[in-house]
Design a protein around this ligand. Structure first.
Ligand code: FPP
Ligand code: MG
Length: 298
């Protein structure tokens, strides 16, 4: 999409404005993402100098959060490429994250007050969400509410804020688009949780069935745990390297208990609710984004 190139150029200009060679060098090493948040903003607000700037700000905040997240998660790859913490070290990844983050905020401070409030508030939620995530992976969590609160804050809040800010920018219904963004974010995370179980490593570009090993009791696991008679068996596999037999057992239970099917239904329900909220705007692109996201296979 040509418009996304405009966003990429804008980000580069913002980084160039830092007048720092090292920052530019690091910037060029960042792997490209799907730019979901920008697509959303441009589909809601249309393309203008102001909407492109908003996209750039949000993408820079998102990139900063991932730089920090890879340090926290000790992840050596990001989108199939070596992460900055792997290529350099943790210090570099944290500092470059701070540069991107603060540069984005300098720009945000020049924008509409309500937009600045909406985006900056989401960054607080994002940070709290990351802290909750770390907390929840310490021991087996069987609370659905806690998990939902965490994924809302960690993943959905910035997507919600992006959609809301785009609505503010273009004089549309803020609440309706905020709901669309929130549900898109929640459904995105749920689909991610499902694919971790249903897809193979090659398709995912990372080891399959990794969430549970890493301590994440995701939506399908929560639903399975609720229904399972052998609760202790599932708990005993928590945070363990799984043998083929153990992985197969989990997958079979996921199928027979309908935990997977129910998880997909949950995501679909969030999607339908979101599409309903923005119906008056007859924006078929946004309906397609939601449906494609739910039906994706990686
Ligand atoms: C990825 O989660 C992480 C996030 C979506 C948010 C991380 C947020 C912070 C580190 C705090 C915000 C900090 C700044 C500087 C704005 P994941 O580990 O589940 O996903 P992954 O598989 O993509 O790593
Ligand atoms: Mg991570």
């Amino acid at each position: 999409m040509e418009d996304l190139i405009k966003v990429k150029n804008q980000i580069k200009v913002f980084v160039q404005d830092c007048n720092d060679k090292k920052s530019l060098e690091l910037f060029d090493l960042l792997p490209e993402g799907k730019m979901l948040r920008s697509k959303l903003i441009l589909k809601i607000a249309g393309v203008s100098a102001e909407s492109i700037k908003l996209c750039a700000v949000v993408e820079m905040i998102h990139a900063a959060s991932l730089l920090h997240d890879d340090v926290i998660d000790e992840a050596h790859t990001r989108r199939g490429k070596p992460s900055i913490n792997a290529l350099y070290d943790n210090k570099t990844a944290i500092m470059f994250g701070d540069i991107l983050y603060s540069r984005a905020f300098t720009q945000l401070s020049q924008m509409d007050k309500n937009i600045a409030y909406t985006i900056s508030n989401a960054v607080t939620l994002l940070s709290i969400g990351e802290m909750l995530d770390v907390e929840l992976t310490k021991s087996f969590n069987s609370s659905y509410d806690k998990y939902l609160d965490m994924i809302y804050k960690k993943t959905a809040s910035l997507i919600e804020a992006s959609a809301k800010a785009a609505a503010i920018l273009s004089g549309k219904d803020q609440e309706a688009f905020a709901l669309y963004g929130k549900n898109l974010g929640l459904a995105f995370q749920m689909v991610d949780d499902i694919l971790d179980i249903t897809q193979d490593s090659q398709t995912l570009g990372k080891p399959a069935m990794l969430d549970f090993v890493e301590g994440k009791v995701t939506i399908p696991y929560l639903l399975l745990y609720e229904k399972l008679e052998e609760k202790q068996k599932l708990e005993s596999l928590y945070k363990k390297e799984l043998s083929d037999e153990e992985s197969s057992w989990i997958k079979e239970q996921m199928q027979s208990s309908k935990a997977l099917q129910q998880s997909i239904k949950l995501a679909q329900k969030l999607g339908d609710e979101a599409i309903e909220a923005i119906k008056p705007y007859k924006n078929s692109d946004l309906e397609n984004i939601m449906n494609a996201m739910i039906q994706r296979e990686f």
